[in-house]
Design a binder for this molecule. Structure first.
Ligand code: FES
Length: 101
């Protein structure tokens, strides 16, 4: 698996997201208050809602469709549904954000 440079860290709003399209998949990168960037699959395990449009709370994102809460660190659904989404390894070098595929 290889790291690909996707954007500058300033391209991602704090407590917001940016979408990266990966062939047929779409990943959502989230920038947290502590400066970390976490990436998960941009499809809610409930009914495929766009997690990139959710509200970030702590280390989680809340799906905008029906409020499923997903942990950005490991992709686990915290509730009210169950399941998980894929996570992607991210690294930051200087201002550049890289994602591993
Ligand atoms: S599609 Fe995300 S909670 Fe329903």
């Amino acid at each position: 698996m290889i790291f690909y440079r996707v954007c500058k860290i300033t391209d991602i709003p704090v407590m917001g997201s940016r979408i990266v399209n990966l062939g047929p998949e779409s990943a959502a990168l989230f920038r947290l208050y502590d400066g970390s960037v976490l990436a998960i699959e941009n499809a809610c395990p409930h009914k495929g809602g766009p997690l990139s449009e959710g509200i970030v709370s702590g280390n989680s994102v809340i799906c905008p469709m029906h409020n499923t809460r997903v942990d950005l660190r490991d992709g686990t659904v915290e509730g009210p549904d169950t399941g998980s989404v894929r996570t992607y390894e991210v690294k930051i070098e200087g201002e550049e954000v890289w994602i591993r595929l």
